[in-house]
Design a protein around this ligand. Structure first.
Ligand code: ARG
Length: 246
């Protein structure tokens, strides 16, 4: 009798401890990254894997936190919502910091300066972004390029789920130009004959990692990892691996 009581008591204590352990943050072991792997060299599929600059940055951040990186590939225009709802911990998708997005999520310190550029076909009459007036412009849905395109006077904006689909539309003369970020533009142009990028860029912007508004702890951790990546030269190393200097 006495012994069973002791055992019961001990068991209860163990169980209480176990429950406390569960409620204590349920032992987070992963860092979930929302992305859209249609954006070389930042995130793209290579064989069965998703690779790229953002993936390597996110993996380094996860490592610093002792967590395993899990990548959730989704439509680009779902990335911010996934972070906002907590479905993902971070959004790393060549995400441009914008006032609109800052209403829904926080951004880390920027990790690169990027630009929106214009892709045209060789021989196109479009010689500068000003010539896009009244033209048909292809963009990737939900991107800053899509937002800027809406401001071009009398232009018709065609939205595609993937940047590459906008480029295909250009190749098939369904649009006159594509507005997209410079590095993916370079990749798409190198993979297809007869395309070029206008010298004059459309806008200059910053890429950063999106984090839920209430998660200041994660924001600080991401920023300190980014600072380490910058000061150690690792960020440059990752960039050089995917982007060759011209
Ligand atoms: N920088 C642009 C934006 O933030 C385009 C990013 C697209 N990224 C992607 N993974 N598809 O809107």
């Amino acid at each position: 009798m006495k012994i069973s009581k002791i055992i019961c008591g001990a068991l209860a204590a163990v169980m209480a401890a176990a429950f406390a352990g569960c409620s204590n943050g349920s032992e987070k072991t992963t860092l979930v990254m929302a992305t859209n792997a249609e954006f070389p060299p930042y995130e793209f599929r290579e064989g069965g894997d998703i690779v790229g600059i953002d993936v390597e940055i996110a993996r380094a951040v996860a490592e610093d936190m002792g967590l395993e990186l899990v990548i959730e590939d989704m439509a680009f225009d779902s990335v911010i919502a996934a972070v906002q709802s907590g479905k993902a911990d971070i959004g790393a998708a060549g995400l441009t910091v914008s006032e609109d997005r800052l209403e829904n999520v926080n951004f880390s310190d920027p990790y690169t300066t990027a630009a929106q550029v214009v892709i045209i076909k060789d021989g196109s009459p479009v010689a500068s972004p000003n010539d896009l007036m009244g033209k048909k412009v292809g963009v990737q849905l939900g991107t800053t390029g899509a937002i800027y395109a809406e401001d071009i006077e009398d232009a018709t904006v065609e939205q595609y789920n993937k940047g590459f689909e906008a480029v295909q539309a250009l190749l098939q003369d369904k649009v006159d130009a594509v507005i997209i970020d410079r590095e993916p533009a370079k990749v798409f142009v190198s993979q297809n004959e007869g395309l070029k990028i206008l010298d004059e860029e459309f806008t200059v912007e910053d890429y950063a990692i999106a984090i839920a508004k209430d998660n200041d702890e994660l924001l600080e951790k991401v920023n300190s990892s980014l600072a380490n990546l910058k000061s150690s030269g690792k960020l440059q190393e990752i960039t050089d691996k995917y982007i060759s200097a011209e």
